[in-house]
Design a protein around this ligand. Structure first.
Ligand code: EPU
Length: 303
């Protein structure tokens, strides 16, 4: 029996859908990437555990792709199961200033609901189009705040399907990095926010958003910042002073607004993007002596 025939057996919830041969370009903000063998939107913890068992039994690669906002998928696609998290896995429950969130929840939605609830701490997240799970793994941040700062514990699932609750310290949050990649899947987290005035919190959230709109591109498809900032500097600034803004390879171009964004301006391929990444790294190294490291995750390149 082929694993594709067996996959529907993990489904117990009415909203869970499986699509075979799904183009991942549809599920990434870059709008780039070939087909995944199967795409599943998982609705419950029970189904996620069944998927963990399925992965071990059939030895099929599984990638949790979240909202695909920080992801470059190969032109050949991904030979395996790509997963989105919905319903129970995208929950948002508020109890005073303690908030339980599912990994599939979108950060902008979290930010908006918290501002309306008079809870401060995630105002910076309105302009980050990723999921809570991605924000936990990458310790996403902007304007001096990082997501890990408001997290008290994180629930992860092991390869065996077992759930484990990690403390803030055990999650090992660092700049754009955490220890959470070691698990099969990040399931959710508990956040502790500060009660505050709805008007003040909303104004701050809007102010961050305005700053983003003024300093970062938003009309063309992109995956956010392509490179990590080297200690004490900005990758965007280094790319800018290296004269690379507007440099184009195929359909991929360095933003003229912020140097750390690569834009898909005209049906760019993943190969165009990687060629441009390598060119930027070489030029910046030659001009400044600094080696830029990529921040955007990759999928489907090592098959
Ligand atoms: N700068 C330039 N030219 C450029 C870009 C920036 O001279 O093309 C200068 C700016 O004028 C400023 C300095 O570099 O003086 C820093 O720029 P900015 O405030 O835009 O911040 P950044 O360090 O480039 C970081 C995050 C962004 C986040 C912003 C705002 C990283 C890799 N980037 O960028 O996060 O939105 O701060 O807080 O940490 C992301 O993670 O995907 C991302 C975009």
């Amino acid at each position: 029996m082929d694993w594709k025939d067996a996959l529907p057996e993990i489904v117990t919830q009415p909203d869970t859908r499986i699509r075979f041969g799904e183009p991942l370009a549809k599920h990434t903000h870059f709008g780039i990437g070939g087909e995944t063998t199967a795409y599943v939107e998982v609705s419950s913890i029970e189904e996620l555990a069944a998927l963990a068992h399925f992965r071990r039994k059939w030895e099929v690669p599984v990638a949790i792709i979240g909202r695909g906002s920080n992801l470059l998928v190969s032109d050949k696609g991904f030979k395996g199961i790509s997963v989105g998290l919905i319903n129970e896995l995208a929950k948002l429950e508020v109890d005073g200033n303690v908030v339980a969130v599912g990994a599939g929840l979108s950060l902008p939605r979290l930010s908006k609901v918290m501002s309306k609830s008079g809870l401060s701490g995630v105002e910076f997240a309105l302009g980050i189009p990723g999921s809570v799970g991605g924000a936990l793994i990458m310790n996403a941040g902007a304007w001096g705040s990082s997501f890990g700062d408001v997290v008290t514990d994180v629930t992860v699932m092991r390869d065996t399907g077992e759930l484990v609750k990690l403390t803030h310290a055990e999650a090992n949050f660092e700049y754009r990095h955490s220890g959470l990649n070691a698990y099969f899947c990040v399931v959710g987290a508990t956040l502790k926010l500060q009660p505050g005035d709805v008007g003040t919190i909303t104004a701050e959230m809007k102010d961050f958003y305005k700053q983003k709109m003024e300093t970062q591109p938003f009309t063309e498809e992109n995956a956010g910042c392509m490179f990590k900032n080297p200690p004490g500097d900005s990758a965007g600034r280094l790319i800018d002073i290296s004269g690379l803004k507007g440099h184009r390879i195929g359909g991929a171009e360095v933003s003229t607004i912020h140097g750390n964004f690569i834009l898909n301006i005209d049906n760019a391929t993943a190969a165009d993007v990687l060629e441009l990444v390598a060119y930027i790294q070489k030029q910046v190294r030659e001009k400044t002596g600094i080696s830029l490291q990529t921040e955007v995750k990759r999928l489907g390149f090592d098959e």
